[in-house]
Ligand binder design. Structure first.
Ligand SMILES: Nc1ncnc2c1ncn2[C@@H]1O[C@H](COP(=O)(O)OP(=O)(O)O)[C@@H](O)[C@H]1O
Ligand SMILES: [Mg+2]
Length: 493
C-alpha cells in the first residue's frame, strides 16, 4: 500500500513537473484527453475528513468538479462518488451509493476526470441504471462505443429547421397541437392526472427508430408498471429504458437524465430518428436542488439553487434536430399543487417548443387523455400544417373556447338557443368534439387519419355555423353568359 502510494506520488510529481501550459506544448507533444486523464489519475488520492448529510468532504485531493472518485470502505467494497464542488481546501463529493461503512480517514482515489457511458445497439430492449449498467437481470451486452455523459453540443446555426410533422398516435395532440420531428414538448400536470399513462402512449405510438425512456425519481413500483403496462414488450424491444428511482441518491437521479440524453445523442449521431421520453424533469430538478444546496449554493425561488435553472436549458437543448438525425423529446413536468407558476414549470415552459397541460377537472370526469387544449400550445404546429388544417384547428379551438366561457350559464340552464350561432354550434357539437378528443389507452391512430377526421369535423361545424339563406328569397336569375366567356366547343371533324 505504502509502496503504491509512493509510486503514485512520484508519477503525480513527474506529471506536474513536466506539464506546460497549452501554448507551450509542441504539436508532437500534445496530450490526448485520454493521456491527460491517465496522467492526472496516477497520483490523485485523498481521505475522508467529514460527512454532512449526503456529502462527503475529502482532504488532500484537488480533483476537478464532475470527476468520479472511489471511496474505500472497510466492508462492502468501494463506492463511487462525484465531485460536486469545493469548500476551502476540501473537495465535496456526493456518493452514488450507500455511505454506510465510510469513516474518517477512508481512502479516496480518483477514477475518472469526466463521465463517459458505454453505448451501442446492444442497449436496445434493455433497462439500465444511471451509470449505464443493465439492471434487468440479463447479461450485460457488448458495447463498443462510448458517449460523453454531458454531450458535445450542437451549434445553433447547424441545426436544420423542423419541417416534418410527427404522429404521436394521440389524436388530440396530432390534431390540435401538431408536433414536428426534433421538437421538444413538455407535458405539465399535477400528480395523478395521467402524465405517465400519456407518456406511455406517446412512447409506444410515436414513429421513431429508437426510443430512449428515462424514468427519474419515480417510485419503484411505477417503473415496472411503466415497462410492463404502458410500454409493453413490443415498445420495449425498440427502447432503452434508463431508471433512477426516488430512493436512489440525488446524483444518480440527475445522471439518469444525462445518461438517457447521451444515449439518445449516440443513436441520433448514428443517423436515427430518436424519441426521448423523460418522466419527470421535475424530479431531475429536485435532485439538482439537493446537490446544489449540499455544495453550498444559496437557495432562491422555492429553495431551488441557481444551478437548477442553469442546468435545465443545458439538458433540453441537447435534444432537437441535427444534420445527421433527430431527437424528439417529451418531458413530463410535475406541477406541484397544480400551481402553474411553480418555478420549474415556469422555467420549462420558456425552454420548450410547446407545452401540453393536463387538467385535473377533465381527469375527474374520466376524460382521458385529460389534455386542456386551450391552455396548451405547440409552437411549430402552424409551420407543419396546411392552410385547411390551420383553419380546422382554429374552428375547433373557437368552439371549445366559447363553450368554456359559457359553461356555467349552460349548466344552470341560462343558455338560450338562437342568440349566438357559434355558441349554438359549440353546444350542438359538444358531444362529437369531446368524443374526438377522448382516446382509450390502447387506441392507436395514424396522423393521416387524424388529419382526415379533423377536417371532416371542422367542415361539419362550419356547415352548422354558416348563415342559413332566408327561405322566402327566390334564387337570383341566371345572368346570360357573355359570348366571350362561353367555353369553346371543338368540333370533331
Ligand atoms: N388514458 C387514461 N385512461 C384511463 N385512466 C387513466 C388514463 N390516464 C390516467 N389514468 C388514471 O389515472 C391514474 C394516474 O395516472 P398517471 O399517469 O400515473 O398519473 P401521473 O403520472 O400524472 O401521476 C392511473 O392510474 C389511471 O387510473
Ligand atoms: Mg407519473
Amino acid at each position: 500500500m505504502i509502496a503504491r502510494n509512493v509510486a503514485d506520488l512520484a508519477a503525480h510529481a513527474v506529471f506536474f513537473a513536466t506539464f506546460k501550459p497549452c501554448d507551450e506544448i509542441q504539436p508532437s507533444m500534445t496530450l490526448s484527453a485520454a493521456q491527460l486523464d491517465r496522467a492526472i489519475l496516477a497520483g490523485l488520492t485523498g481521505s475522508v475528513v467529514q460527512t454532512t448529510g449526503l456529502t462527503v468532504a475529502v482532504a488532500g485531493m484537488p480533483a476537478p468538479v464532475g470527476a468520479v472518485v472511489g471511496i474505500s470502505r472497510q466492508a462492502g467494497g468501494e463506492i463511487e462518488a462525484e465531485v460536486i464542488g469545493f469548500r476551502d481546501d476540501r473537495v465535496l463529493v456526493m456518493p452514488l451509493g450507500d455511505v454506510d461503512g465510510v469513516r474518517r480517514g477512508s481512502p479516496v482515489r480518483l477514477i475518472r476526470t469526466s463521465r463517459r457511458l458505454r453505448v451501442g445497439a446492444g442497449l436496445l430492449g434493455r433497462v439500465v441504471d444511471a451509470r449505464g449498467r443493465c439492471i434487468d437481470g440479463r447479461p450485460h451486452p457488448m458495447l463498443a462505443d462510448r458517449a460523453p455523459l454531458h454531450g458535445v453540443g450542437v451549434a445553433a446555426t447547424t441545426r436544420p429547421r423542423i419541417d416534418a410533422a410527427l404522429g404521436t398516435g394521440v389524436r388530440s395532440i396530432d390534431a390540435l397541437l401538431t408536433c414536428g420531428r426534433g421538437q421538444r414538448l413538455g407535458l405539465f400536470a399535477g400528480s395523478g392526472v395521467g402524465k405517465s399513462v400519456l407518456m406511455g402512449m406517446m412512447a409506444r405510438f410515436t414513429q421513431a427508430d429508437v426510443r430512449v425512456i428515462a424514468l427519474i425519481g419515480e417510485r419503484g413500483r411505477e417503473v415496472n408498471d411503466f415497462i410492463e403496462r404502458d410500454l409493453g414488450p413490443e415498445g420495449l424491444a425498440r427502447s432503452v429504458v434508463v431508471v433512477a428511482t426516488s430512493n436512489e441518491p440525488a446524483i444518480s437521479r440527475v445522471q439518469a437524465a444525462y445518461a438517457a440524453t447521451a444515449i439518445a445523442e449516440y443513436f441520433r449521431d448514428a443517423g436515427k430518428d430518436v424519441l426521448l421520453v423523460m418522466d419527470s424533469v421535475t424530479r431531475f430538478a429536485l435532485a439538482q436542488r439537493e446537490i446544489g444546496l449540499a455544495a453550498g449554493e444559496p437557495p432562491t425561488t422555492r429553495g431551488f439553487p441557481p444551478s437548477t435553472f442553469a442546468l435545465l436549458p443545458r439538458l433540453v437543448e441537447r435534444a432537437g434536430r441535427t444534420a445527421r438525425g433527430s431527437i424528439t423529446a417529451f418531458y413530463s413536468v410535475l406541477v406541484e399543487g397544480d400551481d402553474e407558476n411553480e418555478p420549474i414549470a415556469d422555467a420549462m415552459r420558456g425552454l420548450l417548443d410547446g407545452h401540453v397541460w393536463l387538467s385535473r377537472r377533465l381527469a375527474e370526469r374520466g376524460h382521458y387523455p385529460a389534455i386542456d387544449v386551450l391552455r396548451s400550445i405547440s409552437r411549430l404546429a402552424n409551420d407543419l400544417s396546411t392552410t385547411e388544417e390551420k383553419a380546422a384547428r382554429q374552428t375547433l379551438r373557437e368552439l371549445l373556447a366559447i363553450y368554456a366561457e359559457n359553461e356555467e350559464l349552460i349548466n344552470i340552464g341560462a343558455y338560450r338557443k338562437g342568440a349566438n350561432r357559434t355558441l349554438d354550434c359549440a353546444v350542438d357539437m359538444r358531444e362529437e368534439i369531446t368524443r374526438f378528443l377522448r382516446q382509450s389507452v390502447d387506441e392507436r391512430i395514424s396522423i393521416e387519419d387524424v388529419r382526415r377526421e379533423l377536417l371532416a369535423l371542422a367542415t361539419k361545424c362550419n356547415a352548422r355555423m354558416a348563415p342559413v339563406a332566408p327561405a322566402a328569397t327566390p334564387p337570383p336569375p341566371q345572368a346570360p353568359v357573355p359570348a366571350a366567356k362561353r367555353p369553346t366547343v371543338i368540333k370533331k371533324t
